[in-house]
Design a protein around this ligand. Structure first.
Ligand code: ADP
Length: 293
């Protein structure tokens, strides 16, 4: 059984008003426990709406979301529990930091979840901070005194502290410089490796998605356009271009080489793999799908 399933999931903003907008028009998907899913799609394709539906923040117009086979809206009064199980880190989550200290901010979620013991809370806060790559010395500071990247990590720690089964991050590296992006991405990767959690990462960066995702969900005009392994998705450069998306730059380079007549594979989407493929080509033996990504 899949961990998360959606059936004909539909959502409309401003229903019955002149601004009515259908954001999801019947999305079907299934995600297994422990998977790392990349979510891509042009702006307005429905990515944010989808992830807010998955954690019960928005209620579907029609259709269902199943978590472990159970409809999350079966008991509307229990929807808060779903939000603890499916943690959502919003775009620019640092705007949601509001406590006096970083420590209290991270502790807010678990306290609401009902963790009362001081020692237990302390363990949770410190573990979450470590997972998010936040130095211990920052815990007693005001969140407003942190750098941009640190604030982002504090906000991520706040969601991790709820120990969610599923961690969803909506553009977690938006607005950060390349070093900040790298750090956050590495942390998410590490977190997933250590906890075996299911992770959904919404990103505009095909490079980021290529680095971390097992499978990629492609949204287009409120529908699931494609949902396949990262390799199979990035093989479909033409299809992606038609819906306003790109392949990772390194894949583009190999597609261009192929066009120029070089005997190279086009299933290349990470730098490590590209390096091997290029070396093999230069040594005179073509590669396609041979080496591990
Ligand atoms: P994405 O995350 O892929 O950019 P969204 O889920 O934010 O897409 O948006 C899907 C559609 O819903 C878009 O057409 C967007 O304009 C519309 N939309 C999103 N949020 C709102 C809102 N709060 N009110 C009205 N329309 C919205």
């Amino acid at each position: 059984m899949a961990l998360i399933e959606t059936h004909d999931l539909r959502f409309v903003y401003g229903k019955g008003t002149p601004f009515e907008k259908v954001a999801l028009q019947g999305a079907n998907l299934a995600i297994n426990e422990g998977e790392f899913i990349g979510v891509i799609g042009h702006t307005g394709s429905g990515k944010s709406t989808l992830v807010q539906l998955l954690n019960g923040l928005l209620k579907p117009e029609s259709g269902q979301i199943l978590l472990n086979g159970k409809n999350i809206w079966e008991k509307p009064k229990k929807i808060r529990d779903i939000r603890f199980q499916v943690g959502l880190v919003f775009q620019y989550p640092e705007y949601q930091l509001f406590e006096e200290t970083v420590y209290r901010d991270i502790a807010f979620g678990p306290m609401n979840k009902g963790i009362k013991g001081k020692d237990e809370l302390d363990r949770i806060v410190r573990t979450a901070a470590e997972f998010a790559g936040l130095k211990e010395s920052l815990l007693e500071k005001s969140p407003f005194d942190l750098s941009g990247g640190e604030k982002r990590r504090a906000a991520i720690a706040g969601v991790i502290a709820m120990e969610p089964k599923v961690l969803i991050l909506d553009e977690p590296t938006a607005g950060l410089d390349p070093r900040g992006r790298d750090k956050i991405l590495s942390r998410i990767k590490e977190y997933r490796k250590k906890t075996g959690s299911t992770v959904l990462l919404v990103s505009h960066s095909m490079e980021d998605i290529a680095r971390v995702a097992d499978r990629v969900l492609v949204m287009n005009h409120g529908n699931v356009e494609m949902f396949d392994t990262t390799e199979n998705i990035f093989k479909q450069g033409q299809h992606l271009a038609e819906i306003g998306l790109k392949v990772p730059q390194v894949t583009q380079v190999f597609l261009e080489l192929k066009k120029l007549g070089a005997d190279v594979g086009t299933d290349v989407y990470t730098m490590d793999y590209a390096k091997n493929a290029a070396l093999q080509y230069l040594r005179g033996s073509r590669t396609e799908g041979g080496e591990a990504q």
